[in-house]
Design a binder for this molecule. Structure first.
Ligand code: S3P
Length: 190
């Protein structure tokens, strides 16, 4: 278990909810380093996410994602932006929860569709005849996983990235205070 003064900030949520952009901004405010599990995979493999899905399949991508989570969850004082499917693997959730505060970014499906206009970069949306229907179906399936993993959530529907960043930082600060309390108790009793 990582016992640091400040917990990491972990952003979870569906594609197009602003995890990367908001995560970068939060990192600047907190003086933390920013890491992104998708970017890490792309850097390691040297090809894009759609290419990994096309050549190797989703299963291989999920293994790479789990490896990226294992690495970044061990860092301290980082903001971690995750891929939308990271919560489907319970081991990912366990590691991320031990590393910091998980904030779930929520956005309404219609707005997700607008934000993901370039579907070619999102292999799980690219082949859908009705992308809005695909987004709704995936959200229905994943919502219980986001709910179970998250410490708290921020509804970013209709908000600018700046406003979302403010709300995320507020949520982080509230939960970080509780988190530190828990870790201090844990250190004292060990
Ligand atoms: C995925 C989301 C993507 C990327 C991959 C799979 C998903 O990340 O990890 O295409 O399963 O929802 P973003 O949420 O950053 O788009």
């Amino acid at each position: 278990m990582v016992c640091s003064l400040n917990p990491n900030l972990v952003l979870i949520g569906f594609m197009g909810t602003g995890k990367t952009t908001v995560g970068r901004r939060c990192a600047r405010f907190l003086g933390f380093r920013f890491v992104d599990t998708d970017a890490r995979i792309v850097r390691r493999v040297g090809t894009s996410i759609p290419e990994i899905f096309a050549r190797e399949g989703e299963g291989v991508f999920r293994e790479m994602e789990a490896r990226a989570v294992r690495e970044v969850a061990g860092y301290v004082h980082v903001v971690i932006a995750t891929g939308g499917g990271v919560v489907l693997n319970p081991e990912n959730v366990r590691l991320l929860r031990a590393s910091g505060i998980l904030i779930w970014l929520k956005v309404a499906p219609e707005e997700i569709l607008r934000r993901c206009r370039d579907r070619s970069t999102r292999p799980l949306l690219a082949d859908a005849d009705d992308p809005l229907e695909r987004i709704r179906a995936m959200l229905n399936q994943r919502t219980p996983f986001y709910e179970a993993a998250a410490d708290t959530s921020v509804d970013a529907t209709g908000l600018t990235h700046e406003m979302t960043t403010r709300l995320v930082l507020e949520a982080y600060r509230t939960h970080a205070a509780q988190w530190r309390g828990t870790r201090e108790e844990c250190e004292e009793s060990s």
